[in-house]
Design a protein around this ligand. Structure first.
Ligand code: ATP
Ligand code: MG
Length: 429
């Protein structure tokens, strides 16, 4: 996670764990605070549910909303390490902008001062105090409180004040029944709570792009399922293991992910033997999309998501993308369409998928690839091929062969039959 002077990751040890200090807990600042009325209620309800899901293996975790923009998460009696683990997980929950490890103290000037001054020990450079009262019944105004604490910090350590660009910031937030004292924080994901914008289905290869596309759409509030086409039975299962690991990593950002795996090798061969040559790749991708659409229909997903970026490979020309759109009625979202490969790779590194994507595998697309790829596929030609093959029926058949997995980052989920009832179930190692 990135760290500016004011946002260096805070370890529990840094926050101090003397018995004399107040209870350590997690304070989160929320984003998209422009949301109003029923949208805000929806935002909060989703977010609370998503937070609970992401810590459901950690026992008695308590959550409380403070005003529009702040949530406090506590686990009474927990060790500092456990609280730090909760903070780490909160940094992956969509809709959270900042995560702070904070000390919860009595709403009492002496208690606040004691912990505030102690948490500024051993600092270098300048400092500022920012005080805020969400409950105005307190003996001082916010600026009086900040000034008072500032004077006590100077008295204790002699630091210089810099209100505009401090190297260190001491925050105090006063609520109705208690106050919170903290210094640094870690940046969260921002965006909207997963599920708030509806459902989508991601076409997930083992490559670098599709996991990034998934992350970007989860961040805009979609809850997504994943569909992977393997080259089985003509390739090994490696691409499935990769897809599984990628989905497990992405599950940190939207707990409860499902991965559907369709063996695509025979269908690819069928296309190949129909003599379509240069159109193989586009025809294959159209069949993937038709299969995805049929599955989306079963799952209640309202859109398909791919990792296409304009011009990145020869199948991603404008003409070919248009030919892909023609294959289905559902909208195809392509969040990477205007991104460079280097930007996509940076994003993949940040969300923890790059190293998995870079593992070797044999993707279904690397087999049966024609020597020359059509860069300007004609829609009538493609439609004719599909008519001959009865592509719609083939797509329905492919959906019926899907295996479903639940790659959970919590590691506690047994695979289950959420997919078509006939689907066999297996878990990759
Ligand atoms: P990626 O890095 O995501 O594989 P790419 O740059 O390699 O993308 P293509 O291989 O042309 O590009 O694939 C474009 C998109 O088609 C992918 O981002 C993905 O959404 C979808 N796709 C490709 N192969 C598969 C597959 N085997 N299973 C599911 N979806 C796939
Ligand atoms: Mg690929």
């Amino acid at each position: 996670m990135s760290a500016s002077p004011e946002s260096a990751p805070l370890t529990a040890a840094q926050a101090g764990s003397d018995a004399g200090l107040g209870e350590l807990c997690v304070l989160m600042k929320l984003g998209e605070i422009v949301l109003k009325g029923s949208n805000r209620k929806l935002f909060e309800r989703r977010l609370h549910n998503n937070i609970r899901s992401s810590v459901r293996d950690l026992g008695d975790v308590r959550l409380s909303q403070r005003g529009a923009g702040v949530i406090i998460v506590r686990k009474p009696g927990a060790s500092d390490l456990e609280i730090a683990e909760i903070a780490d997980r909160m940094a992956n929950v969509m809709g959270v902008v900042w995560v702070h490890l904070v000390r919860r103290v009595a709403k009492d000037l002496d208690a606040i001062t004691d912990i505030g001054v102690r948490s500024m020990a051993g600092r270098e450079g300048t400092f500022a105090v920012r005080a805020r009262r969400r409950d105005k019944r307190f003996e001082m105004t916010s600026s009086e409180l900040a000034g008072y604490l500032g004077s006590k910090v100077i008295e204790a350590y002699g630091y210089k004040v810099n209100l505009k660009r401090p190297d260190n910031t001491l925050y105090v937030e006063v609520d109705r029944d208690e106050a919170f004292v903290f210094t640094d924080g870690i940046p969260g994901q921002g965006g909207l709570p997963a599920g708030m914008s509806g459902r989508g289905l991601v076409l997930m290869s083992g490559g670098i792009d599709s996991p990034v596309a998934a992350h970007r759409m989860i961040r805009r509030g979609l809850k997504v399922d994943f569909l992977h086409f393997s080259g089985m039975p003509f390739t090994g299962p490696e691409s499935i293991y990769k897809a599984y690991s990628l989905v497990r990593q992405l599950d940190r950002y939207q707990v409860g992910s499902r991965l559907f795996v369709v063996p695509f090798g025979k269908a690819q061969q069928q296309l190949k033997t129909s003599g379509i040559e240069r159109l193989q790749i586009v025809a294959q991708r159209r069949l993937m999309l038709k299969t995805a659409e049929a599955l989306a229909d079963d799952l209640g997903a309202e859109c398909l998501i791919t990792g296409d970026a304009l011009g990145q490979v020869s199948s991603q020309t404008m003409t070919n993308l248009t030919a892909l759109d023609d294959a289905v009625d559902l909208p195809i979202l392509r969040p990477l369409i205007g991104m460079d490969k280097t930007e996509i790779m940076d994003h993949a590194r940040r969300i923890g998928t790059l190293a998995i994507s870079e593992l070797p595998d044999e993707d279904c697309c690397t087999m049966l690839t024609p020597r020359q790829v059509e860069t300007a596929a004609k829609i009538p030609d493609l439609r004719q091929i599909e008519k001959r093959l009865d592509a719609e029926e083939l797509a329905e058949h492919l959906v019926s062969t899907a295996q479903v997995h639940k790659p959970s980052f919590l590691g506690d989920e047994a695979p289950s039959r959420v997919a078509p009832a006939s689907a066999p179930v297996a878990t990759p190692a």
